[in-house]
Design a protein around this ligand. Structure first.
Ligand code: THU
Length: 159
């Protein structure tokens, strides 16, 4: 038996002004998307924004439902909307932000497993890295590719 270790690499930024312009715009779009969140059950609002290879940005927010499994996370709302409205245009990055009582959360809002798996799918069909930006009130974390937040990624589309 050999014990092994996985290292996760990511960049931490102290504020949005440190980001490249395209990433800053994407984070601003994710924050703006919070206004569309429908979260009367959890009172936890999430905004997401997807950057496409052609430069377009598509936003999404969490949409809850009285029958809770019928709701959807912000990330998947954004990614599904992006691929539905811009079919075949690769996704390059996604920014995510959580908010409670009108304020961006102090902690990072990290995507759930199902959303990570959907990111993996769109990264796969893009044929290039899809970066993930996680926004909190005090910092932004940037993962260069989905593999960095989803180790041992399930990806058997070619097999
Ligand atoms: N939620 C998201 O939209 N994205 C995440 O990454 C985590 C959780 C939503 C689902 C639900 O509407 C609320 O946050 C509380 O779990």
């Amino acid at each position: 038996m050999v014990e092994k270790t996985i290292v996760t690499r990511y960049a931490e930024y102290g504020s949005m002004t440190e980001l490249e312009t395209c990433d800053r715009e994407l984070c601003e779009a994710a924050i703006a998307a919070l206004s569309g969140s429908y979260a009367p059950y959890s009172n936890f609002n999430v905004g997401a924004a997807v950057r496409l290879a052609d430069g377009n940005i598509v936003i999404g927010s969490n949409q809850e439902n009285a029958a809770s499994p019928s709701g959807l996370c912000a990330e998947r709302t954004a990614m599904f909307a992006a691929n539905a409205t811009h079919p075949g245009v690769p996704m390059r990055s996604i920014a995510i932000v959580g908010s409670q009582n009108g304020s961006i959360c102090d902690g990072i809002t990290s995507p759930c497993g199902a959303c990570r798996q959907v990111m993996a799918e769109y990264q796969h069909i893009a044929g290039a890295d899809l970066s993930v930006l996680l926004i909190s009130s005090s910092k932004i974390l940037k993962f260069s590719r989905v593999d960095d937040i989803l180790p041992f990624i399930f990806d058997n589309l070619d097999k």
